[in-house]
Design a protein around this ligand. Structure first.
Ligand SMILES: Cc1ncc(COP(=O)(O)O)c(C=O)c1O
Length: 423
C-alpha cells in the first residue's frame, strides 16, 4: 500500500465495471422495468412454510441444530432428491430420480454455477461462444477470466446454429482452438426473450457433440412459460456427458440464492471443488424452506403466477405497439423481458435513460451491457472475426415486476418520450 491508501488491486478491477443491472438498483422509480425481479411471489405459501418450520424446530431441537448448521457443499441429500424428482417429472431431464439424484447439485444462485463453471473451465485465451446479445452475468465473468468470446447472430428464434458452426471453424483457424463452451438460454432468453425451436436445439447439441464442446444450457426461465416449449436440450444428453443444465429457484420460488444443476460428472466435481472455497456450502435452513416449497406447493404457486406474468407481458406488448416509434420488439412466450431495437441506429438508449427516462421516473436496462466489453463476431462473409460492438440502439424492458396498470401507464410514457426524441 502507498501512503495515500491506494492498494495494488488485481488487473481485472481496472477493466471490469460494476454490473450495470446492480448499478441500476440504486434508483427508486415508479415505473420499474429494469432487473429481472420476480413481482409475483407466493408470499402466503412462504409465510406458512416458515410458521410450520418454526413449530417443528420448537418441538425438535435436533432438527433445528442440523438445519442451522453447515452441510455438504453440493447440497443436502433430501433437497437434491426433491429437485431430482421435479427435474424428471416436469422437465424430463434424463436422470433416474430415485437412483441418480446425486447428479443434481446446488449453488448459491445459478449465478455462482455460471461463475464456478467458467472458473474451472477457462484459461486466458480460451474461446467461448454466446448469442448476441447475451446475459451479462455470463459475459462479464467470462471476460474477467480472460476468455475470447465469439458472439453469434440471433433472430426471433434465438441463436442461429449455422453461424455457430462457422465460428468454430474460424476459431480453429484464427486462434488454433476449438471453443470450450457454447452458452444458451433456450427458454425465453435473457435479454431477448426468444425461445429456441426444437430443430435449433437439436442442431446445437449435434454441433457440440461433433466438436466436443460443453453446451451450457441456462434454463432460468423454464418454469415461467405461457405455452408448452420444446423439451430441454439436456433431454438429448442421455448419458449426462455433453450438457451442463442450470436451473434457479429465483424466478419460480423466491430469491433465496439457490441454483440447481445437472452437470456431467467431471464438470460437477470441479465446480463443487470451486464452490467449496467460494462459500463452503449453501445455507441448510434455506434448503429446508425450498424443500417444503418444491415438495408441496410449487404446482399451486406456478398455476397462479404464470397467468399473472402473462397479463403483464400482454400489457407491455400492447403499450409498446401503441406508443413506441419505429423499431422492432421481440414477442416472448414466457420469461421476464421484451427486447426493443430502434430503427434509428444512432439512438443511444443508455444516454437516453440517464437524461430522459430516469428524470421521468422510468427505468429499463440499456442494451449495451449485453454485448461483451471485448470480444469478436463473424465478419459479413463468415470467414473471419471482427471486433464485436454493442448495439446501443437497443433496450431490455422487463415486465415481471410492475402491475399491468403501471406497465401500461409507464410504457406509454416511455413511448411518448421516445417518439419525441426519435421523431
Ligand atoms: C439467464 C440467467 N441466468 C442466471 C441468472 C442468475 O440467477 P440466480 O443467481 O438468481 O439463480 C439470471 C438472473 O437474472 C438469468 O437471467
Amino acid at each position: 500500500m502507498t501512503k495515500n491508501g491506494s492498494y495494488g488491486f488485481a488487473t481485472w478491477t481496472s477493466f471490469i465495471e460494476e454490473s450495470q443491472i446492480r448499478a441500476l438498483l440504486k434508483y427508486n422509480v415508479k415505473y420499474y422495468f429494469a432487473g429481472g425481479k420476480p413481482g409475483i411471489m407466493p408470499t402466503k405459501i412462504f409465510s406458512k412454510i416458515l410458521a410450520d418450520l418454526s413449530e417443528s424446530y420448537a418441538q425438535d431441537p435436533k432438527l433445528a441444530l442440523d438445519d442451522l448448521n453447515y452441510g455438504p457443499t453440493g447440497g443436502q441429500s433430501w433437497f437434491l432428491k426433491t429437485l431430482a424428482k421435479r427435474l424428471c417429472d416436469v422437465r424430463n431431464i434424463p436422470i433416474d430420480c430415485d437412483d441418480e439424484w446425486q447428479n443434481v447439485s446446488i449453488t448459491n444462485g445459478s449465478q455462482q454455477a455460471l461463475y464456478a463453471l467458467l472458473d474451472t473451465m477457462i484459461d486466458p485465451g480460451d474461446v467461448i461462444i454466446t448469442p448476441s446479445p447475451a446475459y451479462l452475468g455470463f459475459l462479464v465473468p467470462a471476460v474477467k477470466l480472460g476468455a475470447r468470446i465469439i458472439t453469434i447472430p440471433t433472430d426471433l428464434e434465438g441463436i442461429i446454429p449455422e453461424y455457430v458452426e462457422k465460428a468454430i471453424h474460424v476459431s480453429k483457424i484464427k486462434f488454433g482452438k476449438t471453443p470450450d463452451i457454447l452458452y444458451v438460454v433456450p427458454d425465453s432468453d435473457n435479454p431477448k426473450g426468444t425461445t429456441l425451436p426444437m430443430k435449433r436445439r437439436q442442431a446445437l447439441y449435434d454441433i457440440c457433440e461433433n466438436h466436443n464442446i460443453l453446451l451450457l444450457e441456462d434454463s432460468a426461465y423454464a418454469e415461467i412459460q405461457f405455452k408448452k416449449n420444446p423439451p430441454p436440450i439436456k433431454t438429448l444428453d442421455k448419458d449426462n456427458l455433453r450438457v451442463a443444465y442450470l436451473g434457479t429457484t429465483s424466478k419460480e420460488a423466491a430469491v433465496l440464492r439457490v441454483g440447481y444443476s445437472v452437470l456431467p460428472a467431471s464438470v460437477r466435481e470441479q465446480v463443487l471443488k470451486d464452490k467449496g472455497y467460494l462459500d463452503l456450502c449453501t445455507s441448510t435452513l434455506v434448503q429446508r424452506i425450498l424443500n417444503e416449497y418444491y415438495s408441496k406447493y410449487i404446482d399451486e404457486a406456478m398455476a397462479k403466477a404464470i397467468p399473472l406474468y402473462r397479463e403483464r407481458y400482454e400489457a407491455m406488448a400492447k403499450a409498446i405497439d401503441e406508443s413506441f416509434p419505429a423499431g422492432t420488439r421481440t414477442d416472448p412466450t414466457g420469461g421476464f423481458f421484451i427486447w426493443w431495437e430502434s430503427e434509428d441506429t444512432s439512438f443511444d438508449s443508455s444516454r437516453f435513460m440517464q437524461e430522459v427516462a430516469i428524470p421521468h421516473d422510468l427505468l429499463y436496462v440499456p442494451g449495451g451491457p449485453f454485448y461483451p466489453i471485448s470480444g469478436y463476431t463473424l465478419s459479413d462473409n463468415g470467414n473471419d472475426l471482427i471486433d464485436s460492438k454493442p448495439e446501443s440502439n437497443t433496450m431490455r424492458i422487463g415486465f415481471s415486476y410492475a402491475s399491468p396498470e403501471i406497465i401500461s401507464e409507464g410504457i406509454h410514457r416511455l413511448g411518448e418520450l421516445l417518439t419525441k426524441e426519435l421523431g
